[in-house]
Write a protein that binds this ligand. Structure first.
Ligand code: FES
Length: 191
C-alpha cells in the first residue's frame, strides 16, 4: 500500500513506499531536511512534528527518547532519520523550527559546562586541546586560498564519493532497533 506524505508549511506532497524513513521520504519528494549528525540519531536537527499518521510509523527508538524531551515527545515530535513508515496511508509532517530546537542546544551547552566542571584536571586539558584542534582546522579551512579550479575538482570528487557512501552510510546509521528487525526474515516474522 502506498504512503501519501505531505510536508507543511510548504505543502509539498508525494507518494513513497512503506519502509521509508521520514528523512528519506522528504528527500525523495524534494525537501532536504537538516541532518547534522548524518542520521545517527545524535542530534535533533531533523526533528519533525507528526500532524497526521502517527500510528503508521515505527515505535520510538532509544535515540529519540534521549534526544527529545518528554514534552516534545508528548507534542508528537519524531526524529525524521529514526522514524520509519511501516504502513500505508496519509501522513502529514511539519519540520520543527530552529527557534524551538535552540532550547535543546542551550541545554546541551549547559550540560557540557557542568560535565566539564566535574572532569579531573587531566581530562579537562585533553578536552581543551581537542577543542583547540577543531577550531584550528575550521579556521584553516576558511582562510586558505584554494584556486577555483582545484576547489571545483575537489568538490566534484567529494560529491561523487558522498553519493557512493551515502547509501552505505544510511544503512550503517539505521537505528539499532530496526537493524535487528531487518535481520529477521519474513518467514521468521510469520512463525
Ligand atoms: S539527523 Fe541527527 S538525529 Fe536525525
Amino acid at each position: 500500500m502506498s504512503v501519501n506524505i505531505k510536508f507543511e508549511p510548504a505543502g509539498i506532497t508525494g507518494v513513497v513506499a512503506e519502509g521509508t524513513y521520514l528523512w528519506d521520504a522528504a528527500k525523495r519528494i524534494g525537501l532536504r531536511l537538516p541532518a547534522e549528525c548524518g542520521g545517527r540519531g545524535e542530534c535533533d536537527t531533523c526533528a519533525v512534528l507528526i500532524e497526521k499518521g502517527t500510528t503508521l510509523l515505527s515505535s520510538l527508538t532509544n535515540a529519540e527518547r534521549v534526544r527529545l524531551s518528554p514534552e516534545r515527545l508528548a507534542a508528537g515530535e519524531r526524529l525524521a532519520c529514526q522514524a520509519k513508515i511501516l504502513y500505508g496511508g496519509d501522513i502529514e509532517v511539519r519540520p520543527v523550527p530552529v527557534t524551538e530546537r535552540a532550547e535543546t542546544t542551550a541545554e546541551t551547552v549547559s550540560d557540557f559546562r557542568s560535565d566539564f566542571k566535574s572532569l579531573p584536571l587531566k581530562k579537562k586539558l585533553a578536552t581543551l586541546v581537542e577543542l583547540e584542534a577543531h577550531t584550528m582546522i575550521e579556521t584553516l579551512n576558511t582562510v586558505v586560498e584554494v584556486p577555483v579550479s582545484m576547489g571545483e575538482k575537489f568538490m566534484n570528487m567529494m560529491a561523487r564519493k558522498g553519493r557512493a557512501m551515502s547509501k552505505h552510510d544510511r544503512d550503517e546509521h539505521r537505528p539499532a532497533e530496526h537493524r535487528e528487525e531487518d535481520a529477521v526474515s519474513p518467514e521468521e516474522k510469520e512463525s
